[in-house]
Design a protein around this ligand. Structure first.
Ligand code: MEV
Length: 306
């Protein structure tokens, strides 16, 4: 039996960095997906076909951990491909890990809940990267737009519609571990100040969650802009991201912020339909690239069984 499954990429809506320190965040799944095909093979080693070396590390580690956990000694062939380039920071490594566990569970006929897929994938993520809150693993698994607390203490998909977002890529690949370490160093040297920024971010996330449930975009936009200012205070923004955020707001967005670790990758702007083109042009005018993605997408799922 050959099985094809997919898992979505993500965009952080609010709460990045604070979520590493036991605070909540809001994250949404995008409609760009990572696909994994798996089958049991009659060979004496596993075969991985992954276009990105980075992805194959996650696949290999996931296979090893799965076999250990479920005492399996057969071999598999896994091939991956994606709708999105890993350069823009939409979360290809978390999606590939989640999709691999789902595919393995199906080919070996071991039933796993989404929570178990999250736990297995988070273990692999931490084994390889050493750091991370797991928000990206949670969204690849559960999908939708989700309220998440560090390590999966709370994973609460919200029952809402897709958000009217514009996504602008800075052209700079963010070095997530570098920015996580940068914040950690700042946290060690000035904990009280950092704690109070994290508290403020948490308050924005809590308000944001309530407003999302009411689709109150104007107020959510204001919270996003405030979140960006707090990320600036954490020292993770860069001039290109600040400029794209500023231009989006000037062009009429309800609000805008960097999305993710900082240092590059994307900004998100919340916009009304009539402002979308103006905001997109404003982002392009300062060298940003518009990434066309929808959000609130489905979590990990089976695409095909052959
Ligand atoms: C990176 O996209 C978001 C961070 O909060 C890291 C994490 O939560 O794993 C900076």
């Amino acid at each position: 039996m050959k099985i094809k499954v997919s898992a979505p990429g993500k965009l952080m809506l609010m709460g990045e960095h604070a979520v590493v320190y036991n605070h909540p965040c809001l994250v949404t799944a995008v409609d760009k997906r990572l696909y994994v095909e798996a089958e049991i093979i009659d060979k004496n080693e596993d075969e991985i076909i992954a276009p990105q070396v980075k992805e194959s590390r996650f696949v290999l580690e996931a296979i090893a951990y799965f076999k250990k956990q479920f005492k399996i000694n057969q071999f598999v062939k896994i091939s991956t491909n994606g709708d999105f380039s890993h350069r823009v920071g939409l979360g290809s490594s978390s999606a590939v890990t989640v999709a691999t566990f789902k595919a393995l569970s199906l080919v070996f006929n071991i039933s796993l809940t989404d929570r178990q897929i999250f736990d297995l994938s988070y273990h692999v993520n931490i084994a390889i990267q050493g750091v991370g809150s797991g928000f990206d693993i949670a969204i690849a698994t559960f999908g939708k737009t989700t309220y998440f607390v560090t390590g999966g203490k709370i994973i609460e998909p919200l029952n809402i519609k897709p958000l009217p977002l514009v996504v602008g890529y800075s052209g700079i690949k963010a070095d997530t571990p570098f920015y996580i370490r940068k914040v950690r160093e700042a946290f060690r040297s000035r904990q009280t100040q950092m704690d109070s920024i994290f508290e403020e971010i948490e308050s924005l996330v809590e308000q944001g969650k309530a407003l999302l449930l009411n689709s109150d975009y104007e107020k959510i936009g204001a919270l996003m802009t405030k979140n960006h200012q707090l990320l600036q205070q954490l020292g993770v923004s860069i001039p290109k991201l600040d400029l794209m955020v500023e231009k989006s707001i000037k062009a009429g967005a309800w609000g805008a912020k960097l999305s993710g670790a900082g240092g590059g990758d994307c900004i998100i702007a919340l916009v009304s339909d009539d402002k979308r083109i103006v905001v997109e042009n404003a982002i392009k005018s300062v060298g940003g690239e518009i990434i066309t993605v929808d959000n609130n997408a489905e979590g990990v799922k089976v695409e095909e069984e052959v």
